[in-house]
Write a protein that binds this ligand. Structure first.
Ligand code: SAM
Length: 281
């Protein structure tokens, strides 16, 4: 079941330990060694599932050296599992270097998929997610953060950010300043954990919500900012919009979307997102 000389990139839970997959457990139990971002965190996870395994630390301060050591093990025929502290390795955490080097040096790399905070939040926020831009963490200091947000202002996509509790207030405040008060923001906190909460509000109300209760600023956060309606509408021709609007006046949403797609030849998903926006206005 486990191939030799293979790097298994294994997703782990983002909170609820029962979100580990059966395949992840099989792989972690079977590999020769586990490369982990923080061996103490991973040890707790492994202990919970009664797995005992040799580990190597791969964190941002030793990434190059550790990556080369792991590649030597792969070349010697060992199977290596690679995990980070939570979620899918390499998504806003160290590890990219290991996977890139392993591929460059001809090693076999196999993904073992599972939890990811951004996708988890998108799946339940109710904000159109057929097209989204995953941005990850914004810069910690205000100047660069504002500059990067300005660059995103005209993006036609739903925007997804990660944020830490000590910066959530200033980042949301900058989002409101740059994107205005009207777009919807989902503040997804502590996903899959005891105090999980997904709060959706207009950007203009978000800072007040965070300030209303100190608990609202605690934990880990995914922020989802709905796409600018104007930018999204630009993507569809005027004719498509006119057709859809007319159909929505007389038909249920699903039927109107299907007919508009048939008439205009545009993708159903695109028209469906536009229909949701038109309906919610
Ligand atoms: N690799 C991870 C993934 O696949 O989602 C992300 C790792 S990144 C270092 C950690 C950030 O992910 C946190 O600061 C937070 O923004 C987000 N995150 C992780 N777990 C979360 C959770 N349970 N609820 C909300 N956000 C979470």
């Amino acid at each position: 079941m486990i191939a030799p000389a293979t790097l298994y990139v294994v997703a782990t839970p983002i909170g609820n330990l029962r979100d580990i997959t059966l395949r992840a457990l099989d792989v972690l139990a079977a590999v020769d060694v586990i490369a982990a971002e923080d061996t103490r965190t991973t040890r707790r996870l492994l202990t919970h599932f009664s797995i005992s395994k040799r580990m190597i630390a791969v964190h941002q301060h030793n990434e190059m050296g550790a990556a080369q050591r792991i590649i030597d093990l792969l070349r010697a025929g060992q199977a290596v599992g690679f995990v980070t502290d939570a979620g899918t390795p390499g998504i806003s955490d160290p590890g990219g270097t290991l996977v890139t080097l392993a591929r460059e040096q001809g090693c076999n790399v196999v993904p073992v998929p599972g939890a990811n905070a951004a996708i988890c939040a998108l799946s339940a926020a109710g904000i159109p997610a057929s097209r989204f831009l995953f941005y990850g963490f914004l810069p910690p200091s205000p100047g660069p953060r504002r500059r990067e947000l300005e660059e995103l202002r005209s993006s036609p996509y739903t925007l997804v950010f990660y944020e830490a509790p000590h910066r959530i207030l200033e980042s949301v405040s900058d989002l409101a300043d740059v994107f205005g008060a009207h777009r919807h923001l989902a503040i997804a906190r502590e996903l899959t954990k005891l105090f999980e909460n997904i709060h959706i509000c207009p950007l203009g109300d978000a800072v007040a919500w965070l300030e209303a209760d100190p608990n609202h600023q605690k934990g880990e956060f995914v922020l989802i900012l709905a796409a600018s309606e104007a930018a999204r509408e630009d993507q569809l021709s005027d004719q498509t919009q006119r057709t859809l609007k007319l159909l929505l006046e007389d038909l249920p949403l699903k039927q109107a979307v299907k007919l508009a797609a048939d008439i205009t030849g545009q993708s159903k998903n695109k028209i469906y997102s536009l229909a949701l926006t038109l309906k919610s206005d």
